[in-house]
Write a protein that binds this ligand. Structure first.
Ligand code: UDP
Length: 243
């Protein structure tokens, strides 16, 4: 019965339950940054720029063992239809923090004591999934900057609309109110590994469907990884390996 109901569910933009929005990734978009990238999920556009490693000031914030990763996420005022008040907010501080946590496990910062790696993430256009698009862009920008990494980080949101699990929600889907409403589960994982580095749940989900959620996220992350890998290859080929 549950299966029948699942298959008859129609997403507002006609996608299959496990279908992502079109993705575009481009590396090397900001010449003055040490590394940079753009990543899009449909109408959500994120850019990331990496600066560093460079000496961290003030000195008391330095870590003599490794570089400090400092992420700054900003949803720009005109990225959404209801203009957002510019400047930092509780939401942007939280997303900056979870982005640091999502990226850190893939990075080897031990070779750069007393320094900082700054990652600036700007959302130019938002239609949900901005933290996940930002993480995908940041991961590419860090690789482009030559920061040693175990692998890329891939990030996607899995959602539950009433009783149906779907990947990569739009804003319209996040606002779904029928039945049990919408749940949004932002996830990130290390590519080619089962290690998740972000699981951020907004809403409610039954513990028995978590396995299905991680399976959907893993499949989606494989597709994201292919798009990221191609973007990195393209920049190496077009610049002969130079930034
Ligand atoms: N949003 C908005 N104004 C805001 C914050 C968010 O219109 O001040 C929209 C935007 O489209 C965003 C979506 O709400 O992508 C969902 O935001 P959420 O906090 O769930 O994070 P996201 O899904 O973008 O990671």
């Amino acid at each position: 019965m549950a299966k029948e109901k699942e298959s008859s569910f129609k997403r507002s933009d006609g996608r299959k339950l496990n279908e992502m929005r079109p993705m575009i990734a481009k590396v090397g978009i900001i010449p003055n940054a040490d590394g940079s990238a753009m990543f899009t999920f449909g109408n959500t556009i994120a850019i990331a720029a990496v600066y560093g490693p460079r000496k961290l000031h003030p000195q008391h914030m330095q870590n003599p063992q490794k570089a400090v990763l400092r992420c700054n996420y900003d949803l720009l005022s005109f990225s959404v239809s209801d203009r957002k008040k510019p400047g930092p907010s509780r939401r942007s501080q939280e997303i900056s923090k979870v982005t640091e946590w999502a990226l850190s496990p893939a990075l080897d910062l031990n070779s750069f004591p007393n320094t900082v790696v700054d990652v600036q993430i700007y959302i130019l256009q938002a239609d949900a999934g901005t933290r996940t698009a930002g993480i995908n862009a940041a991961s590419l920008a860090l690789a482009h900057a030559g920061i040693p990494m175990r692998d890329l980080i891939c990030s996607v949101a899995v959602g539950k609309l009433d009783k149906n699990l779907v990947v990569d929600l739009t804003k319209e889907e996040e606002d779904f109110e029928e039945g049990e409403g919408a749940t949004d589960f932002a996830m990130a994982k290390i590519a080619n590994s089962d290690e998740f580095t972000l699981m951020q749940l907004d809403g409610k989900i039954q513990p028995e469907v978590i396995n299905e959620v991680t399976k959907l996220a893993t499949e989606a992350c494989k597709q994201i990884y292919e798009v990221q890998k191609k973007a990195l290859k393209d920049v190496v080929e077009s610049n002969g390996g130079k930034k």
